[in-house]
Design a protein around this ligand. Structure first.
Ligand code: AN7
Length: 403
């Protein structure tokens, strides 16, 4: 059982299709009734394979209705070499690139699309910087739903665009950025054209909570000191926060890690709000960054993100495009872990915050790396060494590789 509520004024929201509080316009959230779980022990969960639906007692959709591609259950890599370079006690990377469509969005989408079917919807839609559209397109295909995705023209990485097209979504390029596209899709939803599956739909973050459950599960309930993740539209950091709060309420974990959100310098409204000690933020009019996934100026869940950060004694920091690309390569070449630029922001943030003394050397840190390196081949090709060319002889190959 669960209740949809307004995050801001606390009102109960009856309208199952509302994308905001009918009373105050605030962002929605879900209050889970944890009674079913309260008689359980954490070990009871392990009767099921690791993955999103292992945590069904914490999800607001009946598992029997689940549209699933076996999402979640992603590796938690112990990155000893990179942890040493960064200068922290331990470093793990939660590799969300291993999800069915290559990003963490699948965790929310299995729940969101299952919800759409419970409500009898025929068409689903979203605005997206790329990964949400790739994920929604796949789950809509599995659920036999029509799918419409609105993308910022020219600013979506090739892999993501190809996925949305491949799974059969109607792909619409909008002249404008993500924030503009989200406004349009909200109007379409209010006109009944589609069921909105952006993360302002509170069912999405409920699925995304499972990344935090898995981290704790994989660390055998030894909660890390800090979790670092990239922030774009700002729902994922909220989801992680909510997960820890729920398990803390049950006494399954004894503390909540310091949640640390990283934004790209050209797109950092949450960081600026944090630096000013504010609980609300001023949107960035013209967001710009190589990490196109988080090229978002008006994060819909920004207030939720700020609560997650303040309430856990966490932090918010920005990193430059150069720092992002350098961290992406460092992670790949030190640990063999390939992530897209937005995901590398978490690692870039770690390096910067150790340098500035915000993160202390005795911390055990988990970086959530949200998407696969294959999502954005163009950025990788631009940042790597030139491809060598040779005649088809061993001699010539030896010549070029010796350089
Ligand atoms: C790889 O796909 O917003 O802070 O439309 O793709 O929860 O928004 C993507 C966001 C981080 C930010 N890393 O998460 C979209 C979209 C990757 C992402 C984020 C995104 P939120």
């Amino acid at each position: 059982m669960h209740t949809v509520k307004c995050f801001e004024c606390g009102a109960d929201v009856e309208d199952e299709f509302a994308d905001a509080c009918p009373r105050c316009g605030g962002i929605l959230t879900i209050e889970m009734d944890l009674d079913a779980a309260s008689g359980m022990r954490p070990a009871d969960l392990r009767k099921k394979p690791i993955g999103v639906w292992r945590y069904a007692p914490f999800l607001p959709v009946d598992e029997r209705n689940a549209i699933s591609l076996l999402e979640g259950g992603t590796p938690l890599y112990h990155c000893k070499a990179l942890g040493k370079k960064a200068g922290v006690k331990s470093l793990h990377v939660k590799y969300e690139g291993a999800n069915p469509t290559g990003s963490f969005k699948d965790r929310g989408m299995t729940v969101g699309v299952s919800r759409a079917l419970e409500l009898g919807c025929k068409t689903v839609g979203c605005a997206s910087t790329g990964n949400t559209s790739a994920s929604l397109a796949a789950y809509a295909a599995k659920g036999d739903l029509k799918c419409v995705v609105l993308l910022p023209n020219g600013k979506v990485a090739a892999g993501k665009l190809a996925q949305a097209m491949f799974y059969g979504a109607k792909v619409v390029m909008v002249d404008g950025n993500f924030d503009d596209a989200l406004n349009v899709v909200k109007t379409l939803s209010r006109e009944g054209e589609l069921y909105l599956l952006n993360s302002i739909n509170p069912y999405r973050p409920e699925g995304q909570k499972t990344v935090a459950f898995e981290i704790v599960d994989q660390l055998d309930f030894d909660v890390p000191d800090r979790v670092i993740l990239p922030v774009g539209n700002a729902a994922n950091i909220w989801a992680v926060y909510k997960a820890f709060k729920e398990w803390k309420a049950l006494g399954w974990v004894d503390k909540v890690p310091k949640l640390t959100g990283i934004q790209a310098a050209g797109s950092a409204p949450i960081v600026r709000a944090f630096q000013a000690g504010k609980r609300d933020f001023v949107p960035e009019e013209h967001p710009e960054t190589v990490a196109t996934a988080i090229r978002i100026g008006n994060p819909a869940s920004g207030k939720k993100a700020l609560q997650a950060i303040y309430d856990t004694n966490g932090y918010a920091e920005s990193v430059t495009d150069e720092e992002i690309v350098a961290a992406q390569k460092l992670l790949g070449r030190t640990e063999g872990v390939g992530v897209e630029p937005a995901s590398a922001a978490s690692v870039a943030g770690l390096l910067k915050l150790v340098d500035t003394g915000v993160i202390s050397k005795d911390e055990r840190v988990v970086c959530i790396c949200t998407g696969n390196v294959l999502k954005d081949p163009d950025t990788v090709m631009r940042s790597c060494e030139e491809i060598l060319k040779a005649k088809p002889t061993a001699e010539d190959v030896k010549r070029v590789i010796a350089k």
